[in-house]
Design a binder for this molecule. Structure first.
Ligand code: GSH
Length: 87
């Protein structure tokens, strides 16, 4: 199974639709809250190259970006590659 990490906050519509998309694909993920754990917020900023919005999504330690980026990757076929679904 791919390792999927979603940095999120409690009130975050883009986080909700991200998790809905992942769920629809039968994927599971680790949620990392950056509103309740400020150390994780610093880690998110470092890993994402300074992006402050949530969600920030990582697949197998590769930075995907936010929800828009996830959708774009899904449409382009990159997401399937990152998930190991295609060679
Ligand atoms: N284009 C981004 C939008 C994300 C976004 O606006 N997230 C909100 C929470 S749902 C946020 O982080 N707002 C605060 C900020 O942009 O610093 C995406 O698709 O992920």
């Amino acid at each position: 199974m791919p390792k999927i990490e979603v940095y999120s906050t409690a009130v975050c519509p883009y986080c909700v639709v991200t998790k809905n998309l992942l769920k629809a694909k039968g994927l599971s993920w680790e949620e990392v809250r950056v509103d309740t754990d400020l150390a994780q917020r610093d880690i998110m900023l470092a890993r994402s190259g300074g992006r402050r919005s949530v969600p920030q999504i990582f697949i197998n330690n590769q930075h995907v970006g936010g929800y828009d980026d996830l959708v774009a990757a899904d449409r382009s076929g990159k997401l399937a590659q990152w998930l190991g679904e295609v060679a």
